[in-house]
Ligand binder design. Sequence first.
Ligand code: GLA
Ligand code: ZN
Length: 693
Amino acid sequence: MQGKNVKKAAPVFSGVPHLIHGGDYNPDQWLDRPDILEEDNRLMKLAGVNSASVGIFAWMALEPSEGVYHFEWLDKTLDRLYENGISVILATPSGARPAWMDRNHPEVLRVNADRIKNLHGFRHNHCFTSPYYRNKVREMNTLLAEQYGNHPAVKMWHISNEYGGECHCELCQEAFRAWLRKKYHNDINELNAQWWTSFWSHTFTSFDEIESPAPQGEMHLHALKLDWKRFVSDQHIDFMRNEIEPLKRLAPNIPVTTNTMGTYPGIDLWKLAPYIDRIAWDSYPSWHNDYQPFWEQGAETAFLHDVNRALKPDMPYMLMENTPSLVNHKAFNKLKRPGVNKLSGIQAIAHGSDTVQYFQWRKSRGSAEKFHGAVVDHVGHENTRVFREVADLGALLSRLDGVVGTHTYPEVAIIYDWENRWAIDDLQGWIMERKHYEKTCQNHYKSFWKRGVSVNVISMDCDFTPYKVVVAPMLYMLKPTVARHLREFVEKGGVLVTTYGTGYVNENDLCWLGGFPGDGLMDVTGIWAEEIDSFFPTDRNAVVFGENSDGLAGTYTAFDMAEIIHAREGCEVLATYAEDFYKGMPAVTKNRFGEGVCYHIAARTENALMDALYDSIIAQHDIEMALGGEFPLGVTVQQRYGDGETYYFVMNFNDEPKQLALPGGIYYDYVSEKEVAGVLRLEQYGVAVLIRK
Ligand code: GLA
Ligand code: ZN
């Protein structure tokens, strides 16, 4: 673990030592309204905006017909922004294509899983293998780098936009087969063995017989589906690297990023992260929904922030997009209530972002996003609630220069892993409708969030040594290296928490033989999982704590899934099942292994059980809780530190005011700009950013 005196990281934009506040800016939609573009300068200053992401879908404005380029509008835009002190994140335009391109070069059009080819339209729908498109993108990016690589406003490249989806065209099928040949050493028998193709006579005699999964074709070879998902993720990343190459060659000093989508399943962010200089993501939570308390949506959003922070733990990430008010793409597009823009923006900073950026600066006049929230509404002036709230946050961010480059190095990690998720998503069995892998990880996370304990959300392949506690919910896929690392982690004194569904298959989705959890984790966990029971929606069981060395007590409801496990010799049974034919059998266990300990939770239970267990682990292992960890439900504190200073971000995710006791001493609050001691009172959705005096 890094000490709190760790040196701060460099600012996101070189030479700009401030938190970044800005967003997507699409002047290419307003080229016939120079008056509006001029007005943007005035409004950006008023809103406290210091950055604009330009050109994200501007291919048509840049190349209106094949080989004919128009850069004057972009020259003017960048000069104007520079003169007004606004830094630019310049995008490559590959997220959407002109109609002429799709007509002249139909190979760029994506083919869906049902093998039907798209028509022109929409966006984010190129073939990621197409040699034409790859060349064309390189050509465009080369021109952008030549033209703007030395422009003083340009501080970063925004590569494409939200890569996603998949293409099943013939070019992609060939690329998939080549990917498989490489993975299986050109040996079809090796592939057959790893894919268990003897099932239903699915054995292949040649790589040429292999096709990507299709609704009217192969959907049952789980290992094929898993490799296809790996290939799709790799192919997006390869496409991105092709985009980045000319930028790095011609403008090596400008960092690159790409905006991703939280835990969007299609791209393994751990594979993508090494190829970009900064992590950036787009956050669109369902604030004020009707299915959970407001704070729970806050905690689930925090989980996503902590995935992004963990991807590059030594430097702040970017909140590249969020809406200042509402979105347009959910079933119910509710307004962010007053105060929530500040709360959600500060939440990003609290978790390690050095930016708060919006989609978008000014509302489009037509098409699909004309009613999506933006800083400037159709009314065109600053006298709106949303503009005032954005400006208010801008003013607060401008007071927080000291936060720039500060860090969080958590003592706790939760494993949330893309490959594991892919395997669970395809798994046929268990409780098909309620596998809820991500939700389960988030539920474990909430116990720490409530206590102000920082958490890194990591992949199974990460290094576990920086952590005191590693929580591995539903780690269904267990790779041999991962099993070894977990074993070493516990042996050397780490605390590991596992659950039902741990260690059932290897990296190719073949079940471990010899009992679950497989591959040498049985002696670490101290259990053997013999069967797994799936519940109908109204079924319930209960988990009852008996006398135990952790002093845990009480009865907790179990639902959805219960593993029937046996405690091996030396493993302590903390709780047992209360009902059914496995009544009295272990439900929660604790096993000392080497210097460390492994807890196993065999059933899905109400969160209160996790709260109790993690409180006990936090106390026993002296895990740091920001500002003491005693907060009203829905209030949390996250901390960032660097160069000897610690910033405490206190956030009230409640629809009513709350207060908390501040541990000893006097604090300065950057929000109220006042000193505070003793009791801190927060309005509904209120925030405070404190340093100790
Ligand atoms: C995504 C895209 C943006 C915009 C927003 C709307 O994040 O990147 O271009 O469409 O959604 O919420
Ligand atoms: Zn394709």
